[in-house]
Design a protein around this ligand. Sequence first.
Ligand SMILES: [Zn+2]
Length: 81
Amino acid sequence: MVAQEAQKDGLSVFSKWLQKQLVYRMDVEKEEDNIESNKKRREKGVVHNVTREPTPKCVICHGPNQVTSCKNWSETTIANR
Ligand SMILES: [Zn+2]
C-alpha cells in the first residue's frame, strides 16, 4: 500500500510539473509571437525608410557612400586638375 501511495504522489507531482511546463511553454510561445510581429513591423518600417531614402551608391568605388564623401573623390578631382 505504501508503494502505491508513493506512486500516486509521484504521478500527481509529475502531472503538476507537466502543467507547469505546458504553461511555461505557452508563455514563451506567446512572447515569441510578439517578438515576431515586432520584427515584422520593424522590417516593414526599415523597408519604408529605404524606399524613402535609398542608400547612396558611389560611382567611383561602388560603395555605400555618396560620391562627394568618397575617399577616391578628392583624389579623382585632384588628378583631373
Ligand atoms: Zn566611394
